[in-house]
Ligand binder design. Structure first.
Ligand code: HXC
Length: 257
């Protein structure tokens, strides 16, 4: 068994979380849930970290929630422990998060990728919500986030048949932000994260919050949230710096933390 269920490192101003349970195709058990959430929160609490990349290995991002950990549970155990609710802490991370996805991203693996802010994948990546084959349905957000990402008809196709979708189809469907060679997935995610790391931390957080508001509210309320957040950014030194740098034809140096 892997000694460490996740591996973390800091590269420049980017925090990297690597799920490390290769013997089980990175099946997401409770130990991984706690480790991932704690690592992401620790990165967020470090003002020098600007973005998070989460990844697996070349065979699997994660082949699902751990089926063996759940198999014998009763309804009352699942209900009273509110199984999977712990992942909501991961979705509350305010830093941008990028999923670098190779190999299998099935069930909870696909759902974990969809909890991040964008997915980078290769043609060999395999996304799916195969829970129907196990006599259950998605439980970490698949029925909701996949439907918002790719629309009802295609989400129904995935959730009702349990079939897999390769990276090309996932990119066409809008699930994947950028499709790159399989062996370039992690490096591309890191490049995107480093690009974000050159921006203003509070502005990046405001941008993420504004886009996410589009999933939670009406258009008129969302537009108001966006406009008020936009106004508030004029309290930042980084706004002054960004606009002054533009006028003086130099690169902005953002410093607000
Ligand atoms: C626990 C898993 C696992 C999982 C793989 N393994 N996926 N263990 N939970 N989700 C384990 C296998 O039991 C096996 O352990 C080892 O990893 C290697 O897997 P193999 O099946 O031997 O590999 P392969 O033949 O290459 O097939 C790959 C695969 C297959 C097609 C991805 O492993 C598979 O179908 N996995 C399950 C995919 C799935 O249904 N995911 C959704 C889970 S439910 P041993 O000890 O035998 O070597 C979910 C949503 C939860 O995520 C919400 C409601 C329940």
């Amino acid at each position: 068994m892997s000694e460490h269920v996740i591996l973390t490192e800091i590269v420049g101003r980017v925090g990297v979380i690597r799920v490390n349970r290769p013997e089980a195709l990175n099946a997401l058990n409770l130990a991984i849930l706690h480790a991932v959430v704690e690592a992401a929160e620790a990165f967020q609490n470090d003002p020098n970290i600007m973005a998070i990349v989460i990844t697996g290995n070349e065979k699997a991002f994660a082949a699902g929630a751990d089926i063996k950990e759940m198999a014998d549970k009763s309804y009352i155990e699942m209900h009273q422990s509110d199984w999977f609710s712990g992942w909501s802490r991961f979705t509350e991370i305010r830093l941008p998060m990028i999923a670098a996805v190779n190999g299998y991203a099935l069930g909870g693996g696909c759902e974990l990728a969809m909890m991040t802010d964008m997915i980078i994948a290769g043609p060999g990546t395999k996304f799916g919500q195969p829970e129907i084959n196990l006599g259950v349905i998605p439980g970490m957000g698949g029925s909701q986030r996949l439907t918002r990402a790719i629309g009802k008809s295609k989400a129904m196709d995935m959730v009702l048949t349990g079939r897999m979708m390769d990276g090309e189809e996932a990119e066409r469907a809008g699930l994947v932000a950028r499709l790159v060679d399989d062996n370039n997935v992690f490096d591309t995610a890191m490049e995107i994260a480093q690009t974000i790391a050159s921006k203003s931390r509070p502005v990046v957080m405001a941008a993420k919050e504004a886009v996410n508001t589009a999933f939670e509210t009406s258009l008129s309320q969302g537009l108001l949230v966006e406009r008020r957040a936009f106004h508030a950014l004029f309290a930042l030194e980084d706004q002054k710096e960004g606009m002054e740098a533009f006028s003086n034809k130099r690169k902005a140096e953002f410093k607000d933390r």
